[in-house]
Structures are given as C-alpha cells and as structure tokens.
Design a protein around this ligand. Structure first.
Ligand code: URA
Length: 240
C-alpha cells in the first residue's frame, strides 16, 4: 500500500497531462477511480489499490519516475545552476516538480544517454563501481588509436594526476588522423574518458554515452528529448 494522494497530483505526475489539463479532464468527468468519475481534484486515493482511468486508459502509477534523455551538448547535468541551463530545463513543469536528478553526470559538451529519476537508492546503486554497471561511450578522438592504447585501457591506466582507473575497454571502430571508438567504463570519475584518452595522447573531439548497464539510448529519441522508461526497462536497470 502507498499513501493516499490527491487524484489531480497523481494524474499530473504521469507526465502526460499538465495540471490545468488534469483540471479540465476532471471537470469533463474523464478521470475515473474504480469506475466512478472523480468530482474534485482534491479527492484522495491510494494509487496502489485503486484503478485510475483517464479518458478510458488505465493510468500506470509508479512510486518513482525514471526518464531516459538524449542529452544535447550545452546543458549542465545538474538540478539547478544560478547561471546556466540544466537538463531539467528540458522538462515540463509537471516533471520539474518531481525532484528528479540526473543519474551520474555528463560533461556540458557530452551528449547522449542520461537517466533522470527521483529514486535515490537505485540511482546510488547504479553508480557504485562495486555494482559493475558498464557505461559505454562513443568517442571521436584526434590521433590514431592503436592496439597499444587498447592494452593500456585493459590494464587500467594510472593517470599523471594520480587517479588510478579500473581496467576498461577501448574498442576501435576506425583508426586514422581522427579515430572513432567505443569506451566502456565501470566507474565515472570526473572527465574520465577524456582524461584516459588524453593520457594516450588522443584528445577527445566528441563524446556521447550510448548505454548504461542493460539500457541503450533509444535511437528514436532526438537530441534534447526524453521519454519515460518502460516497466521492463526499470526492472532491467534494477537487476544490474
Ligand atoms: N567521461 C568524460 O570525460 N566525460 C563525460 O561526460 C563522461 C565520461
């Protein structure tokens, strides 16, 4: 059982409708709780024990919200910043009210898969190096990547600034004056991919996260767009 909550809040928290749309839907008799039209948004219900239908469709209630975003360059992976825009600025008000935060940071100029949630415990687990959740990045670098670089990644790089990186994977896609590769890390230290590749003398020109654990960036998600994770995707994440 969950706590009883206001119906208007429950419907708005699905992210499908704004608060003012929810009001109109309730006035139009299109929000039903266990088959009975709700008369006022401040009526309360336990979302785990009742069935809520909006315009005939069952509302799937989840205790926590999980979003997948295709982060564009130019935004901070933070919840707020006095001066610069953050990824939360891409979300509508209804979702901004849900205390979502990014699961691990991507640099301002990094693009790609960013998860946002208000499930602190699971987010913490996903980020723990002990959990071995692989993060895969696509990267373009200046300079010719070689098998020796792959070997360095496999052995675990000891950076000049003292950081010991866990063994990681470098998979070269194409090598040339500019090279392309996938980098797989099990940790997420500050600027880690950039620092590891800079150590090899191949500075990063472009970086995009393509997967995290069992979850891959949805190719249908345009830059700057987000979607809710499906129930299966949340379960997959929590398993690893
Ligand atoms: N490594 C980096 O260098 N930057 C990121 O944004 C993520 C991983």
């Amino acid at each position: 059982m969950a706590e009883k909550q206001r119906i208007d809040k429950l419907v708005a928290s699905s992210g499908k409708y704004t608060r003012s749309e929810v009001k109109k839907l309730i006035r139009a008799g299109l929000v039903l709780v266990d088959g009975i039209a709700v008369r006022s948004g401040d009526e309360k219900a336990d979302p785990e024990t009742v069935e809520i239908r909006v315009k005939g469709e069952v509302l799937t209630w989840r205790r926590f919200t999980w979003l997948m975003m295709n982060k564009p360059a130019g935004l901070l992976s933070a919840t707020e910043d006095g001066r610069q825009k953050t990824v939360l600025d891409l979300l509508p008000q209804e979702l901004q009210r849900q205390e979502l935060f990014p699961v691990g940071r991507l640099d301002k100029d990094t693009e790609g898969l960013l998860l946002l949630t208000n499930d602190g415990a699971t987010a913490h687990e996903l980020l723990s190096p002990k959990k071995h959740v692989d993060k895969v990045y696509y990267t373009r670098t200046a300079g010719w990547l070689t098998e020796a670089d792959c070997q360095r990644f496999r052995e675990g790089i000891h950076l000049d600034d003292g950081l010991d990186c866990l063994p990681a994977e470098l998979e070269i896609i194409t090598a040339g004056e500019e090279s392309e590769a996938y980098v797989t890390l099990r940790e997420g230290k500050f600027h880690q991919v950039k620092r590891m590749l800079a150590y090899c003398g191949k500075p990063v020109l472009y970086l995009k996260r393509v997967s995290m654990g069992n979850l891959t960036l949805d190719p249908a998600l345009e830059k700057g767009c987000y979607r809710f994770l499906t129930e299966d995707e949340v379960n997959l994440l929590c398993r690893k």
